[in-house]
Design a binder for this molecule. Structure first.
Ligand code: SOE
Length: 386
């Protein structure tokens, strides 16, 4: 057996995604020992010293730091993982690429095509391995969907239909956390949620060529945030401020393949928690995935005998499905955190073998082109080509 390869991680940011990524690094060797890769939690970085110090202990990092530039300058760091709010991705990623580090960045890659393009140029010019955390590619049912489409099981594909619905800001008194600030997040449900659906659609259906969109903000003023927590929310202050992002984003799309699609995202759909759902219809059948039931893939085979036709529910847990053999016996389901472990597994294997990984910064840029086109379309009430 070959020796274990250590990859020394610097994680920049320690809120919700910091928790998800550091957990994935810690679990990787336990569930995927055969890949021979051990992520080493070297340094956790954040601006507020007492908080980053406490998070470093909680997440299992050897050290903490408050200045990301010092982290990037270190020789004992192989991979820089960026889980900060969106506005800082561009600067940190470009500097990390210039320093020759592997770069892993949360989605959306940036807030504009220009910034995402600069990030893609930096990783290309410096020839560094790079990836974007579209974690839902790490769901076994999604990997099965990909396999079935490539196998021709759905035949010619006609339709993509996705909704990504949450309800965590439906209360008008929910405070203005950074995900509701345009200058930091870039956009609202648009970049936060529909970006995932765009990546999923590109992964499963191919490129989008044209869009027509509609974006709206229903609650224009909310309380200013007093203190953030690591579960998307925080305490509200008694002062009000402007919401500068969309609450709802909807668009129609044409794909290069000739298929058509609809996309819808909101964080104001009461009762929907993480309802990241898509349906694909082809000449030979359909598939349906919903993250709220992530261990299942619904499949309708149009070629079944007439008296047996109907959607079947495939439990993607029996060990023959991607990733699942490394977890539990059939039916002993996995969850949200495993999507990060699986994606990071694939990423580190590709990086170590010197192979191109997807989703990478080029995928993040392609997603951003669709996001920006939908914004322009919504503002100008016109179809936009990508
Ligand atoms: C909040 O809407 C959020 O945590 C997103 O930021 C993530 O990208 C998504 O995967 C789950 O919901």
């Amino acid at each position: 057996m070959s020796a274990t390869k250590q990859i020394r991680i610097a994680l920049i940011g320690y809120q919700f995604m910091g928790k998800a990524h550091s957990n994935a690094y810690r679990q990787l060797t336990k569930f995927f020992p055969e890949i021979g890769i051990e992520p080493v939690l070297q340094v956790l970085c954040g601006r507020t010293e007492d908080k980053v110090k406490a998070a470093a202990v909680k997440f299992g990092f050897a050290e903490y730091e408050t200045d990301w530039r010092k982290v990037i300058a270190r020789d004992d760091i192989d991979l820089v993982d960026i889980v900060t709010p969106g506005d800082s991705h561009v600067e940190i990623a470009i500097e990390a690429a210039k320093a020759g580090k592997m770069v892993f960045c949360e989605k959306p890659l940036a807030s504009t095509v220009a910034k995402a393009g600069a990030m893609q140029d930096a990783v290309a010019e410096n020839n560094v391995p790079n990836a974007v955390c579209f974690n839902y590619r790490g769901v076994p049912a999604v990997a099965l969907a990909k396999k079935m489409i490539e196998n021709g099981d759905l035949g010619r594909i006609y339709h993509w239909r996705s909704v990504y619905l949450q309800d965590w800001i439906v209360d008008p008194n929910f405070p203005i956390v950074w995900r509701l600030q345009g200058d930091i997040a870039g956009s609202g449900a648009h970049g936060d949620l529909i970006a995932h659906s765009i990546d999923m659609a590109r992964y499963l259906m191919g490129e989008i060529t044209e869009v027509s969109g509609m974006m709206d903000t229903f609650v224009k003023q909310r309380p200013i945030l007093a203190e953030i927590d690591d579960r998307l929310g925080g305490k509200a202050s008694d002062q009000m401020g402007e919401v500068t992002v969309d609450d709802s984003s909807i668009f129609l799309a044409r794909f290069e393949s000739g298929a058509v699609g609809t996309f819808e995202a909101t964080r104001m759909a009461a009762g929907r928690k993480n309802h990241n759902k898509f349906e694909i219809n082809g000449s030979k059948g359909s598939i349906v995935f919903n993250m709220e039931r992530m261990n299942e893939l619904e499949y309708y085979n149009h070629e079944d005998p007439d008296d047996r036709k109907g959607f079947r529910v495939i439990q993607t847990t029996d060990g023959s499905h991607p990733y699942t053999g490394n977890y539990w016996p059939a039916g002993h389901i996995i969850g949200y955190e495993h999507t990060f472990i699986n994606l990071i597994r694939d990423m580190l294997v590709a990086f170590t073998e010197g192979k191109e990984f997807h989703p990478n910064f080029a995928d993040g840029l392609a997603c951003q082109k669709v996001l920006d086109a939908v914004v322009t379309s919504s503002e100008t009430r016109s179809w936009q080509k990508i």
